[in-house]
Write a protein that binds this ligand. Structure first.
Ligand code: CTP
Length: 397
């Protein structure tokens, strides 16, 4: 799977370093060539002998080899690698990588590496949340480095929270997908809408829905992993998106989402509208909080613009337009009506009557219908897999 791929692993001084031998074993088993660099403090957590044995290569940690007296060139290693994976990456090393501080061998290699860089942060939850760390990570993302988001769980400090390095098998999957994905959307621009919209009633209340945006985010990632340049217009959500090929445009209301989509669509080759857009908004937004009374309250609602339909009306022949249909009854019939009336090339039907499908699930079950009205029904899968099925179907168009 990774035959001939040259992977450089940089280990910095965090307790999660003890998991890296497992990652190296997986990489070697799958045909990769691996070289390892240890930061000075990483040696306290994992031994060079273990790493050298598993990687079949001597481990690098300093500018000089004490045994041979030879000088190691940091430039050589940086040029050798197809991918540089820094895991675990401590808050300290992340900060130095951002600032370009080169006070150890690993950091000099980082500064001279020309290959893509993947960083797997590992630290205590408060260090991870600290604005200094977050700013450093944002800067590294802007440098198009791939950040392997840490997971939530029990930390070495005994505290529980976000900051735990992703497990070796998950990092391995990211590395293989980095190398294996066909870059079939390279050079293509893709517009995606995702998440809910919130329509204000007064300063504290809104009309919204249960969408988390997860399906749209997974589709964005699937396109981006295959080389596409993605513009993600994202309604309010707690989920974060972190991919060098995805530019996020946060919006709150249907009107804002409409404006942003109108702006991006003309320069895009493909548009996939996954957002659960509120179909109605209050006709007026109260300036002050509406006070409780004993009387019934009537809200006058007015329709929001149908974003997908408006894009269907202005779609050029060289553009593909994909919509979703969220249905509770007469599913296929309703999806076909949307496919025709909104001038779509493809519609993805998900039914709320399927267990595990739709809002607030990490799984989904979809039927993909093309413009010739051919149907393909898929089993219940993770939203990541469903996203890959959807982008494959789009690729065949
Ligand atoms: N959509 C949109 N703008 C809206 C409403 C929907 O872009 N104001 C898009 C959705 O992102 C989705 C498709 O239209 O891709 C269908 O959305 P859905 O909620 O299933 O249907 P509606 O068109 O809103 O119709 P209804 O609610 O009556 O089923």
């Amino acid at each position: 799977m990774l035959k001939g791929k040259k992977i450089l692993i940089g280990i910095t001084g965090g307790i999660a370093a003890y998991k890296i031998p497992l990652l190296i074993r997986l990489l070697i088993k799958n045909g990769a060539e691996v070289q390892v660099i240890l930061s000075p403090s990483a040696k306290d957590f994992v031994t060079p002998l273990t790493l050298a044995t598993l990687s079949n290569n001597p481990v690098h940690s300093g500018f000089f080899d004490n045994e041979t007296g030879k000088w190691h060139s940091h430039v050589e290693l940086g040029l050798w690698a197809d991918l540089f994976v820094v895991a675990p990456a401590t808050a300290n090393s992340i900060a130095k990588m951002n600032l370009g501080i080169a006070d150890n061998y690993l950091l000099t290699v980082y500064l001279s590496a020309r290959c893509p860089v993947m960083i797997a942060p590992a630290m205590d939850l408060d260090m991870f949340k600290h604005s200094a760390t977050q700013k450093n990570l944002t800067a590294l993302r802007a440098r198009k480095h791939i950040i392997v988001e840490p997971t939530s769980g029990e930390l070495a400090s005994g505290l529980c929270g976000e900051g735990r390095m992703e497990e070796p098998d998950e990092i391995f999957k990211l590395i293989t997908s980095f190398f294996s994905k066909k870059k079939q959307f390279k050079g293509k621009k893709i517009l995606i809408s995702a998440g809910p919209t919130f329509e204000a009633i007064d300063p504290v209340r809104f009309i919204g829905n249960y969408s988390t945006g997860r399906m749209g985010i997974e589709i964005a990632k699937s396109f981006a992993n295959q080389g596409g340049e993605v513009f993600l217009v994202l309604g309010p959500t707690d989920l974060t998106v972190d991919h060098p090929m995805i530019e996020v445009f946060p919006v709150t209301t249907a009107d804002e989402m409409f404006d942003q989509c109108q702006m991006q669509f003309p320069s895009c080759d493909i548009a996939v509208m996954t957002a659960a857009v509120a179909d109605f908004k209050p006709k007026v937004k109260a300036n002050q909080k509406i006070k409780k009374t004993d009387n019934d309250l009537f809200l006058e609602l007015t329709p929001t613009p149908d974003i997908l339909k408006s894009l269907g009306q202005k779609k050029r022949d060289n553009q593909l337009l994909v919509g979703f249909a969220l249905e509770t009854n007469n599913e296929v019939e309703n999806a076909l009506i949307k496919l025709r009336s909104k001038n779509l090339d493809l519609i993805i039907l998900n039914s709320l009557s399927d267990p595990g499908a739709g809002f607030r699930h990490s799984t989904n079950k979809v039927t993909i219908i093309d413009r010739h009205e051919n149907l393909k029904t898929f089993p219940l899968k993770s939203k990541t897999e469903v996203a890959d099925d959807i982008t494959s179907a789009i690729a065949t168009l």
